[in-house]
Ligand binder design. Structure first.
Ligand code: UDP
Length: 333
């Protein structure tokens, strides 16, 4: 950050890339792009290009790192050396270690790791081209890659940055705004509004932080919508979808996890209520019990949606997707 007097917003209220202060850059998403990964997603956001790949759950080595009650999420953010103007030095840096740590923590509240004891879920986010907002872009891509891998999530995680240029709050900073502006505040939010990542670089007053949070929440909701649409396109139940939708007890998947390695030739379960507008809080309030090793609640919802078939639309339905993974056992990377 520096304080040189650059003009970031013109007299018409437009930013250097033509956006209004509350607009996000265009986002394009492609799910399932890597055949050797258990789940993957390619995401373009403005000039950012990110690929996220998920491997696992698989047995964690060394065993002393295992958690007997849950899977460990191992998130690795990396910038390719060709992703920035000045060549990025290959290998880990303080910055990439920090981003990997906070991104991993951004997923901890939503990934249902309790179903996969002693295992690791590896998430790799590779930045192919960087133009500010890469950590948030990577979180958005990784969310979809996790779902593509069949790992149950309680919610989507949607991430976006808000910042300050020319004394004004702006959503989703581009590189110039990020590098030369007055503040940068990346945030990740669940569908229930839970904040799972919040960092800040620069200076904002208390009031500005409150306004910034409102602005960024709105940005995250827009991204959530893009994520939902991408999922519906890939796995959805609407006319033209070619993916089989079934209800399968999670125990089928859990028993697989009890074996030494994960059998990726068998059916995998992708189950989630993330396409439903109803928050998990609402489900809890409705008194439905969530068994630790079954997805009764998910099946209940499926039954309900069958009962109310006429009422269901893209926004409401509850999806369970069984994906037959015929790619064979996945490799490390
Ligand atoms: N950047 C760069 N080299 C670096 C780090 C960052 O060129 O070593 C650029 C890159 O375009 C990045 C932007 O500066 O997207 C903002 O970086 P920041 O650390 O704020 O992370 P990001 O906004 O990408 O999450």
């Amino acid at each position: 950050m520096n304080n040189e007097p650059t003009k970031f917003i013109d007299e018409n209220g437009l930013r250097v890339d033509g956006r209004r202060t509350d607009e996000i850059r265009p986002m394009k998403v492609d799910i399932g792009v890597l055949s050797r990964a258990d789940g993957s997603c390619y995401l373009e956001w403005g000039n950012n290009k990110i690929i996220s790949a998920v491997y696992g759950p698989r047995e964690l080595h060394p065993r002393r790192m295992q958690r007997p009650d849950a899977a460990v999420i191992r998130y690795k953010y990396n910038m390719a050396s060709f992703s920035v103007e000045d060549r990025q030095r290959p290998g880990p840096s303080r910055r990439s270690s920090e981003i990997s740590k906070v991104s991993s923590e951004a997923f901890e509240p939503v990934v249902m790791t309790q179903f996969y004891p002693n295992t690791v879920i590896d998430v790799f986010s590779e930045v192919l081209e960087a133009d500010a907002g890469t950590r948030t872009a990577a979180i958005n891509a990784a969310t979809l890659a996790l779902i593509d891998a069949g790992i149950p999530l309680k919610s989507l995680v949607s991430a976006c940055a808000v910042g300050k240029v020319d004394g004004q709050l702006v959503l989703d900073l581009n590189k110039k705004e990020d590098n030369e502006g007055e503040a940068d505040l990346p945030v990740a939010i669940t569908q229930d509004g839970e904040i799972t990542l919040l960092q800040m670089d620069g200076h904002l007053t208390e009031d500005e932080i409150k306004q910034a949070m409102e602005l960024v929440k709105n940005g995250c909701q827009q991204i959530q919508q893009i994520q939902r649409e991408a999922l519906l396109k890939k796995f959805g139940q609407y006319e033209g979808a070619d993916t089989e939708i079934q209800s399968v007890p999670l125990t089928e998947t859990s028993s697989k996890q009890e074996t030494e390695s994960v059998d990726t030739e068998s059916s995998e379960l992708i189950s989630s209520n993330i396409l439903s507008d109803e928050s998990s809080e609402n489900q809890e309030e409705s008194g439905e019990e969530q068994e630790p090793d079954t997805l009764d609640i998910l099946e209940d919802e499926t039954e309900q949606s069958e009962d109310n078939e006429d009422d269901s639309d893209e926004e409401d339905f509850f999806v369970e997707i069984v994906r037959n993974n015929t790619e064979g056992e996945s490799d490390d990377q």
